[in-house]
Ligand binder design. Structure first.
Ligand SMILES: Nc1ncnc2c1ncn2[C@@H]1O[C@H](COP(=O)(O)OP(=O)(O)OP(=O)(O)O)[C@@H](O)[C@H]1O
Ligand SMILES: [Mg+2]
Length: 286
């Protein structure tokens, strides 16, 4: 069942240019299980707007979004339990400050489960598990989220959504602002959740290296329109990314530079730095 966008447009009422939609006639199908999707696009291309439709945080101004069989349109429908949708599709905000508001990390992460009528003891257990899962130790439980570093806030906000055990997880730039090791730890965590639970996970990112290494499906937004939905490899091979204001992964950039300057014939489509090194070794150039 999952999520299906049917020609969805969204025009913010405060949008300065009346003719511009933040997203325009987007159609997209996402299964409830077994999808690990990267959502990319330049700044302002509509990624966050798209993500906010995935759990009915905002409504389309044209078209509709089907979420687990409920059709979300322009109008609020009193027969739809929006709260239930938001438990099924967990959205981690781009800016963790919007999500953290309790006075301790533990209370913050417990908020979701309590809100969905889980008893206090169980909510606490779920919260502690989720906090550990994102790599924060017990010393963080009673800290004020307001005083955490940017990366720690990000982890706490991710724990808050994990604790609700959603069926689909949507993460808006979860790795931005983290150091390289922290990025990898989180990506491995998401991959692990995906592999062990088969939950669908959608990750918004600007990092094309991560996209190539970790994802088999990538959705590209450009100026509010969905312009690509397929494998990263096909995107890099067949599309001119500069038209979408996107960059190629470092492996592709370095290997194609070597091909050009040293007149080599390396296969430039390597997912990781290690793969790229092996390709150069194979050609007897290392
Ligand atoms: N609440 C709002 N009111 C008015 N305009 C908005 C609002 N939120 C976003 N916009 C506009 O809608 C467009 C799409 O914004 P959105 O946040 O979806 O982009 P994005 O792809 O997530 O960008 P980024 O990579 O910078 O996070 C932008 O032009 C933005 O200025
Ligand atoms: Mg955004």
């Amino acid at each position: 069942m999952g999520i299906r966008f049917n020609e969805v447009s969204h025009k913010y009422s405060s949008f300065s240019n009346v003719n511009t939609s933040a997203i325009y006639q987007v159609s997209l199908a996402i299964d409830a299980k077994d999808e690990f999707i990267a959502l990319v696009g330049h700044t302002g291309s509509g990624k966050t707007t798209l993500a906010k439709h995935m759990n009915a945080l905002i409504f389309p101004t044209a078209g509709n979004v089907e979420i687990f069989g409920k059709t979300i349109t322009k109008k609020r429908n009193k027969d739809i339990k929006y709260n239930e949708i938001r438990q099924k599709v967990g959205l981690v905000f781009q800016f963790p400050e919007y999500q953290l508001f309790e006075e301790t990390v533990l209370k913050d992460v417990m908020f979701g489960p309590l809100n969905f009528h889980i008893d206090k003891k169980e909510a606490e257990r779920l919260a502690i598990d989720a906090i550990k899962l994102v790599g924060l130790d017990e010393s963080y439980l009673n800290r004020n989220p307001y005083n955490l570093s940017g990366g720690e806030k990000k982890r706490a906000s991710i724990a808050g959504i994990l604790a609700m055990d959603p069926e689909i997880l949507v993460l808006d730039e979860p790795t931005s602002g983290l150091d390289p090791a922290g990025k990898r730890v989180l990506m491995e965590l998401f991959l692990d959740i995906y592999k062990t639970t088969n939950k669908t996970i959608i990750i918004i990112t600007h990092d094309m290296d991560l996209v190539y290494e970790y994802f088999s499906r990538v959705v590209v937004m450009n100026e509010g329109k969905l312009v690509y939905d397929g494998t990263p490899e096909k995107l890099f091979k067949e599309h001119d990314l500069s038209k979408n204001h996107l960059d190629y992964p470092n492996t592709v950039k370095v290997l194609s530079h070597l091909n050009k300057t040293l007149n080599l014939n390396l296969n430039i489509y390597q997912k990781t730095a290690i793969d790229a090194i092996k390709e150069i070794e194979k050609a007897g150039k290392l």
